[in-house]
Design a protein around this ligand. Structure first.
Ligand code: PLP
Length: 384
């Protein structure tokens, strides 16, 4: 059975070109980029090439790019730095639909005595700009709002939000883990101070991330030790993955248009195909401002993750909007914040596409979903 992979917001296939680019660093070029000898020096050049390619995708300068181990580390490092460099400011603003990498980091600082404002969202997952402006104060050290949401795909008005923070002299961080490589980001004109991305969401391997820190923004390292990354992130560089991430960023730049047109059209075909054939289902999120490859569809009166299990039997990989907590399936914090009714939220299913998906895969899924839902509705303990 062929695997149809519609779970690209969880992780992506490593691009073959990326694998190829990494191999020499496991075979011949295994030196330490910090070494004084030429053998190490040859490797250092590739780290800088990777850095330049990441910078180019983001419209940044190479010296503004810090390599980390993952998106989670980048998010933690951004919040840590903002609070450590501004000890007189003890307030941060986040949204309630952030990834746990931001939510849990903020909760940690809250336990250390900081004040955290968690911006609410409406039924489509949108942030209220008046509430946002009201939250900003002289005590605010940082705003951290995601560029795009991993569950429903909403793309947030980062330019407008970052401008409002800058007007007040407040640092602005955005978790762009789901957005980087999928939608254009130009830090030359976007007034954000820090930005996180993660390799494995854009066809590079798991275990490599980036924190962009705008030139001139004061930074305090989260991980201390050696002088790597110009003293901003200690630890011997993950050279193969940095080289791979560089190539992934180049490929993302080259395929951005394909993402915005062909991948978006495939997503729409999948979504419309399902919605038009399956009664009583809804699309969650802000369908007008969304990542090109993401749709989150909820089916009324279907129990928990049974949709995923049935799809899995057909070789279709999707993901749930639910998190299994203490044996009961609770709607995710994102759908909960949006107030999606329980009868729908319970079965929310995220399909996330990439440039490797095809129309044939979409049509296969659309063909099989109606029978899956019909079967599950008959079995479901939930009734109106
Ligand atoms: N932020 C967002 C929005 C994500 O979707 C994820 C991963 O799912 C992360 C952060 C964490 O990235 P990583 O898996 O590289 O730690």
């Amino acid at each position: 059975m062929k695997t149809v992979y519609f779970d690209n917001n969880a992780t992506t296939q490593v691009a073959p070109e990326v694998t190829e680019a990494m191999l020499p660093f496991f075979r011949e070029l295994w030196g330490n980029p910090s070494s004084m000898h030429a053998f190490g020096g040859r490797v250092a050049r590739h780290v800088e090439e990777g850095r330049a390619q990441v910078a180019e995708l983001l419209g940044a300068s190479p010296d503004e790019i810090i390599f980390t181990s993952c998106g989670t580390e980048s998010d933690n490092a951004a919040i840590f730095s903002a609070l450590q460099t501004q000890p007189s400011k003890r307030h941060i603003v986040i949204s309630c639909v952030e990834h746990p990498a931001v939510l849990q980091s903020a909760a940690y600082w809250e336990r250390q005595g900081c004040r955290v404002t968690r911006l609410g969202v409406d039924a489509k997952g949108r942030i209220d700009m008046d509430e946002y402006e009201f939250a900003l104060s002289a005590d605010t050290a940082l705003v951290s709002v995601m560029f795009a949401n991993n569950e429903v795909g909403n793309v947030y008005p980062i330019r407008e939000m970052a401008e409002k923070a800058r007007e007040r002299g407040i640092l602005f961080h955005t978790d762009a883990v789901q957005a980087a490589g999928k939608v254009p980001i130009d830090l030359a004109t976007l007034p954000v101070d820090m930005l996180s991305l993660s390799g494995h969401k854009l066809h590079a391997p798991k275990g490599i991330g980036v924190l962009y820190v705008r030139r001139g923004v004061r930074f305090r390292p989260f991980i201390r030790g050696g002088h790597q990354e110009r003293g901003r992130r200690a630890g011997t560089e993950n050279v193969p993955y940095i080289a791979g991430l560089g190539v992934a960023c180049r490929l993302a730049r080259e395929s951005m248009q394909d993402e915005l047109t062909r991948v978006a059209a495939l997503r729409d075909r999948l979504e419309q195909g399902i919605v038009s054939r399956v009664p009583d289902c809804i699309v969650n999120g802000d369908t007008e401002h969304r990542l090109p490859g993401t749709t989150n569809i909820a089916f009324r009166n279907i129990e928990g993750e049974s949709v995923l299990l049935m799809l899995d039997r057909l070789g279709i990989c999707a993901s749930s909007g639910s998190a299994c907590t203490s044996g009961s399936l609770e709607p995710s914090h994102v759908l909960h914040a949006m107030g999606v009714p329980f009868k729908y939220a319970h079965s929310a299913t995220r399909f996330s596409l990439s440039r490797y998906n095809t129309q044939e895969e979409v049509d296969y899924t659309v063909e099989h979903i109606p029978a899956v839902i019909e079967t599950l509705r008959k079995l479901s303990p939930f009734k109106d």
